[in-house]
Write a protein that binds this ligand. Structure first.
Ligand SMILES: CC(C)(COP(=O)(O)OP(=O)(O)OC[C@H]1O[C@@H](n2cnc3c(N)ncnc32)[C@H](O)[C@@H]1OP(=O)(O)O)[C@@H](O)C(=O)NCCC(=O)NCCS
Length: 140
């Protein structure tokens, strides 16, 4: 049975990141960043980490969804949907109050846009808004 909790080790985190060819993080980055997550959910199958999603934010208006990963053996089984639904429930119940609006953003991996559109995210650029932009900065 798949269960969800909020804790993940550095080895588990980098293990998931390796699966999808993302940069691994240092222990310092892990210790600094993961506890600052405003939202985190970690999926486990009999204890083994099989998915995660988290969000970082300013506590008021902006929320950035990051690290959405489902182990390839478990993709297509509704686990990503469960995690994004948990995130939206968190936004509704814990991040904002009645009458408030928050901006929930993410940088979609290539061709994953249709997954996020199912939950109300829209693509950029569009007629009203420019592109999102990123850079990877490595200190040599
Ligand atoms: C993207 C990802 C998180 C989706 O998780 P998942 O558990 O496989 O998705 P689900 O099974 O919950 O799918 C939910 C819905 O989205 C759809 N969907 C999932 N991936 C899709 C894709 N790439 N294109 C179109 N639809 C997609 C499913 O068909 C399903 O539709 P339905 O509910 O109407 O039947 C997963 O494929 C993944 O981890 N990929 C590698 C890492 C990655 O790219 N992460 C995204 C970073 S931005």
């Amino acid at each position: 049975m798949i269960t969800f909790d909020k804790s993940i080790s550095l080895e588990e985190y980098n293990g998931l990141r390796r699966l999808v060819d993302w940069y691994e993080v240092s222990e310092r980055q892990f210790i600094t960043s993961i506890p600052k997550s405003i939202f985190i959910t970690v999926g486990r199958d009999d204890g083994k980490v099989i998915s995660m999603a988290r969000a970082v934010g300013d506590g008021g208006y902006h929320l950035l969804v990051v690290d959405v990963i489902v182990h390839p053996d478990y993709q297509g089984q509704g686990i990503g949907r469960q995690m994004i639904t948990q995130l939206i429930d968190f936004v509704h119940n814990d991040y904002i109050e009645p009458g408030e609006t928050t901006m929930v953003s993410l940088l979609s991996a290539k061709d994953k846009e249709p997954f996020y559109e199912k939950f109300g995210f829209f693509r950029r650029p569009n007629d009203e808004r420019g592109s999102g932009m990123s850079m990877f900065y490595t200190q040599k």
